[in-house]
Design a binder for this molecule. Structure first.
Ligand code: SF4
Length: 415
């Protein structure tokens, strides 16, 4: 058993800038909804946010709100309200926490940001099922409840090679959203504004990729747990200049850490890849658990999922379609395994932790033999921890701690 000592996470100075940017984003969104100056669109995390921005919508991301419910540990008490109206405890706990919050009239936004009383009321709900079916059901509930249209893209999934046929299909579906979206704003789509939003998203993506790749350094200057927080602007502000400005600041700080030989974890001795969703209500505990073990969890599929390299302003619709199809979550196991193998090499990984999230099969890649296949091929050991993104009733803290400690000990002994 590893010896326990008091540890503290190293603060990333840019966090203050990020908090200001996020506050501005939420206030802007609130103004749009309250004053009615701009239409509000809700968009699933990998839905066509660039199109919505280009058309002048203020964009709210329900998954971001649900993650806030998880991180503030409000979700576990809210999920039963959604269960009571027939939404199973086994389906996405982002969905059930968010619907539960709506039913109870609660939001973490009102605690975090003065003057914001509720989630911004939508004029339209927009989804992309590239990640899962739950997002469509989630928007459908709000559509019925609030009487607003829900439109979106029904995406191919389990894709091995992304082909022209896939891209044609999704691209046409995105274009087909335009008349409905124009009808709501009363304005025609300006294709140059769309090109600009796509170009800004591409720039944001490039910077976010560079931020994550600073963790190839030894010691790594940031961890997965830092990444889950600092990805905020990439999630809610992609397609804007604010996100780009932020990642320039963050990248400079991390590059300075590398020049100074400063790691996020002092005396880093073990490097871990995190596969799956974070457990939002346990970010601090998990960060400290690994810190005590001098272990850096420094790369992940999750944080890398906001890298969209296909965006191309010259061909906005097709490049958006390609970017949304190339995502890890949309792909076949064969593709995923090749991708993870590349990440293990690039980040010099000693072990993989798979989070088996009870309510998200789509982000739990341990269920069909992948850990065993990858371990046999690469020799990199794997640990599966049971838990959930938002439902803390599925999390056993003691078991996680014991299993992680034993896993790190096994890796160190194997050297
Ligand atoms: S991918 Fe998982 S966590 Fe995300 S919305 Fe779908 S079921 Fe929920």
């Amino acid at each position: 058993m590893a010896e326990e000592k008091k540890t503290t996470r190293k603060k990333i100075q840019a966090a203050d800038t990020m908090n200001r940017i996020m506050a501005d984003y939420f206030h802007d969104l609130n103004d749009a909804a309250v004053n009615g100056k701009r239409k509000v669109a809700w968009c699933t995390s990998v839905g066509p946010a660039e199109l919505l921005r280009a058309m002048g919508y203020a964009v709210h991301f329900p998954e971001n709100h649900a993650a806030m419910l998880g991180a503030t540990r409000m979700s576990t008490d809210l999920i039963p309200a959604a269960n009571a109206i027939g939404y199973s405890p086994d389906i996405c706990s982002y969905l059930t926490a968010d619907i539960g919050a709506c039913l109870k009239g609660i939001t973490p936004l009102s605690k975090a940001y003065k003057g914001i009383e509720s989630v911004p009321k939508p004029d339209v709900l927009v989804y992309n099922t590239n990640q899962c079916r739950d997002v469509q059901d989630w928007m459908a509930w709000y559509s019925r409840k609030l009487g607003v249209p829900s439109v979106g893209v029904t995406s191919p999934r389990n894709v091995n090679e992304v082909t022209d046929a896939h891209i044609d299909d999704v691209s046409r579906q995105i274009e087909a959203l335009v008349p409905t979206l124009e009808g709501i704003t009363g304005n025609r789509l300006d294709i140059d504004r769309l090109r600009e939003a796509v170009s800004l998203s591409r720039e944001c993506t490039e910077l976010w990729k560079k931020v994550l790749e600073t963790a190839t350094a030894v010691p790594a200057p940031l961890t997965f747990f830092d990444g889950t927080i600092h990805m905020g602007p990439a999630v809610v502000l992609r397609g804007t200049r604010q996100a780009i400005g932020y990642y320039e600041v963050l990248l400079a700080e991390l590059e300075q850490r590398i020049r100074d030989g400063v790691g996020a974890v002092d005396d880093e001795t073990c490097r871990i890849y995190w596969e799956g969703m974070p457990i939002w209500g346990r970010l601090r505990q998990h960060s400290e658990l690994f810190l005590q073990l001098k272990t850096s969890v420094l790369a992940s599929t999750y944080c890398s999922s906001w890298i969209f390299q296909a965006f191309d302003a010259r061909d906005p619709f097709r490049s958006m379609a390609k970017a949304y199809l190339e995502l890890f979550i949309v792909r076949s196991d064969a593709y995923k395994e090749t991708y993870i193998k590349g990440m293990l090499e690039k980040f010099r990984i000693d072990g993989i932790v798979y989070h088996d999230a009870k309510t998200c099969p789509y982000n739990s890649n341990n269920r069909y033999g992948m850990p065993q296949r990858l371990e046999a091929e690469t020799g990199v050991p794997a640990l599966v921890i049971s838990g959930d993104l938002n439902d803390l009733r599925c999390v056993s803290d003691e078991q996680t701690k014991t299993n992680v400690e034993a896993f790190i000990e096994q890796i160190m002994e194997g050297r």
